[in-house]
Design a protein around this ligand. Structure first.
Ligand code: ADP
Ligand code: MG
Length: 679
């Protein structure tokens, strides 16, 4: 018997071959496949009599195949031509380079065709339409066709797994899936909010009769996601408050003042305010759970350093988790400069080097293997633009002792406050909304393709002046696959030919061993590499004051917050710096969005723009920008967010441990592990 958790390879006709491909779409179970949702639909719902078809229309026709044959063009290409007729008339069909079609489609068959009608000479043709042979059995179904003659769903695809394939599989498993699925949203919420029930919503998202049905289905499924998201956050908060105890830290004000005075700069008032908020949290026995938000360069590290110093004065150690090893090493170096004069030992915990200190820096993953002999009093998670909600939770379990450490999460993603509350309702928020004095604006330009050569010349000129540059290669896939590494390598080779041979280029991508990465970064820092070419996914969290140009390919594919973050890699020294955004896109919206980078230099404002400009259809874009791994919900839908929030709050009050709602408890734990998937 199939259930939602049945591994996908157990289904007939899938096996290892397809299950490996499906993994790339994050589909591992039957439920994952059912929740692989269409991102748009082709509207072929209009079934037209052949005599009524008109050029330019997107439509479907149903008829009988009169004849079908392959022709070879003088250039050796295959063209398949067919004639299909219904009671009203006949129409010509043409397919290119699919000679195998004559094996599937035979004259006399009933067929459904969907596509665009074109006019050739004086008669009408359907060019390369989707087709579907109508067999007796599926005529009985409510929707007699799957790939034609309806709103045809288009799914995220991967090589070897087309939307057509996905449609067929979903149709095949849907009836038995429906038998095993149960609605996990408590009974009283669904009718109260006038939602479709879960089965209906899932059916309608894959097999809608019209767009209204799609909308209602999306509505229900979006609610689910937002509800789960907020319930999780509230549950974590409740759990921390009710069941966890932290050490009440004493704050030695004179010592802290002395430390602050010795810093080579004066703290901004935003830094002072955030520091006060964090220290007052640490004085309580409820474990701190605070998010420190601040643009790149706003000075978050020193705030964390002060908190670590407080822990140290109380006899506790601190762990600092960075998103990459590169950043872990960088943190170690920075912290050593400011903390070792105070007698603190700064350690590092990476694949190759393991030295414990009063504060120990490592990656999120590596710190899971840290064995704490001394009690950890504070954990600092530097997430840059990634948010591993569940990752953070995991880090925690790894350190579970009698006392729970205080937790400070730092991020450079300028998430608007409302959004932060939605995603991280369990966190308190401190914001560094002020940059240290004297920071320069980075001159930013959206560069059209025809000015590419000029841009390369500009970079050469900067290098002639002994400066350095970053080039971010085109965005191929949202993760570091072999494909994207190959694309980056190709791009790298191409770039080499664009610059004079005296200029040294280095390539950095996520598939390099960490030793190699370190070597390249070191060479860049020492000026032995002039241009650091990096993939979009690689964390270029490198502080090189001499780098003055950040050039980004396919800029339209990034979220603005992400672009802002990349831009923040230059302008770290005293030299005027530049950000060049390349794009092939001619879409007006896309250009307008990018253009806002030229004028706006505050991360928060850029993030707001991104949220507003990306409609409900763009959730995948949101995913890319690293906010959170949601499948369908629109994070700018305030109304839905507050609806979900109030239902979640009610349920938390009633039964926060979900003893009465095992289905929901079960769903939540799966949802949580999905959120933790790297995106
Ligand atoms: P981020 O918030 O991006 O992590 P960092 O903590 O790395 O920023 O700080 C960026 C740079 O700014 C560092 O070189 C740091 O020493 C410096 N810095 C931090 N606070 C101040 C300040 N108040 N005035 C001047 N420079 C500062
Ligand atoms: Mg930082």
């Amino acid at each position: 018997m199939m259930n939602p958790q049945t591994p996908i390879e157990k289904l007939p006709g899938i096996g290892r071959y397809f299950s490996q491909k499906l993994r790339r779409l994050e589909i591992k179970t039957v439920e994952d496949l059912i929740y692989h949702l269409p991102f748009r639909y082709d509207d072929f719902s209009k079934i037209e009599k052949i005599q009524n078809v008109a050029p330019g229309e997107k439509l479907s026709v149903h008829g009988v195949v009169w004849q079908i044959k392959n022709i070879r063009t003088p250039r050796g290409k295959f063209v398949t031509t067919a004639t299909v007729a219904d009671q009203s008339g006949a129409i010509d069909i043409i397919w290119f380079n699919q000679p195998f079609l004559t094996k599937n489609i035979k004259s006399g068959m009933q067929i459904s065709l969907s596509g665009k009608v074109e006019i050739k000479g004086n008669h009408l043709q359907l060019i390369s339409p989707a087709y579907e042979i109508i067999r007796h059995s599926n005529l009985k179904m409510e929707n007699s066709t799957l790939h034609t003659g309806r709103l045809v769903p288009i799914y995220p695809e991967t090589e070897g797994v087309s939307s057509k394939w996905i449609r067929a599989k979903i149709a095949q498993i849907f009836p038995s899936y429906l038998k095993s699925v149960k609605d996990f949203i408590p009974n009283k919420i669904v009718p109260h909010q006038k939602f479709l029930d879960l089965k209906e919503a899932l059916y309608k998202i894959h097999f809608p009769k019209n767009y209204q049905e799609v909308e209602r289905a999306r509505h229900r499924l979006s609610f689910d996601e937002l509800f789960l998201l907020q319930f999780l956050a509230l549950m974590r908060k409740k759990d921390r408050q009710e069941t966890k105890i932290a050490h009440k830290m004493k704050i030695d004000i004179p010592k802290i003042n002395n430390f602050v005075k010795k810093l080579p700069f004066k703290l901004t008032s935003a830094q002072l305010k955030a520091t006060k908020e964090i220290l007052s949290d640490m004085q309580r026995e409820i474990p701190t759970n605070r998010l420190l938000e601040g643009d790149v360069g706003s000075g978050k590290t020193v705030v964390a350093a002060i908190a670590a110093y407080v822990a140290y004065l109380n006899g506790f150690d601190t762990l600092l988790a960075a998103p990459t090893e590169i950043l872990a090493f960088q943190h170690q170096k920075t912290l050593e400069d400011i903390l070792s004069p105070l007698g603190m030992k700064v350690g590092i915990w990476t694949g190759s080097k393991k030295i414990k200190g009063h504060i120990t820096c490592g990656t999120h993953a590596l710190l899971l293997s840290y064995k704490d002999e001394r009690q950890i009093g504070l954990v600092v998670v530097d997430e840059q633009h990634r948010f591993g909600v569940a990752q953070r939770a995991k880090l925690f379990l790894g350190q579970a002792k009698d006392l729970t450490p205080h937790l400070l999460t730092m991020t450079a993603t300028p998430i608007p406050r409302t959004l932060a509350l939605t995603l991280y309702g369990d966190l308190d928020l401190s914001v560094l909304d002020e940059m240290p004095a004297g920071r320069q604006k980075i001159a930013t330009y959206v560069v059209p393709n025809y000015k590419r050569a000029d841009a390369y010349k500009f970079i050469e000129k900067q290098i002639a002046n002994k400066r350095q540059a970053f080039i971010i290669t085109p965005f191929v896939e949202p993760s570091e696959t072999m494909l994207s590494v190959k694309a980056a390598t190709d791009e790298f080779e191409k770039l080499k030919t664009k610059f004079s041979s005296k200029i040294k280029l280095g390539l950095l991508h996520g598939r390099l061993k960490s030793k190699e990465k370190e070597k390249i970064i070191k060479e860049f820092r020492e000026g032995k590499i002039d241009i650091l070419v990096a993939t979009p996914v690689v964390e270029v969290g490198i502080d090189v004051p001499n780098a003055v140009v950040m050039m980004i390919e396919s800029a339209e594919r990034f979220g603005l917050a992400q672009l802002h973050q990349l831009r923040g890699r230059v302008g770290r020294g005293k030299y005027q710096s530049y950000c060049l955004l390349f794009t092939d896109s001619r879409a007006e919206n896309s250009l307008r969005r990018l253009k806002s980078m030229e004028k706006i230099h505050v991360g928060f404002e850029l993030a707001e723009i991104d949220l507003k400009m990306r409609g409900p259809g763009e959730v995948f874009g949101l995913k890319q920008s690293g906010f959170v791994n949601l499948k369908i919900a629109d994070l700018s839908d305030q109304k839905m967010i507050s609806q979900a929030q109030s239902e979640a709050k009610k349920l938390i009050e009633e039964d926060w441990q979900l003893t009465k709602y095992p289905l929901l408890a079960n769903k939540l734990s799966r949802f949580q592990s999905e959120l933790a998937q790297p995106n």
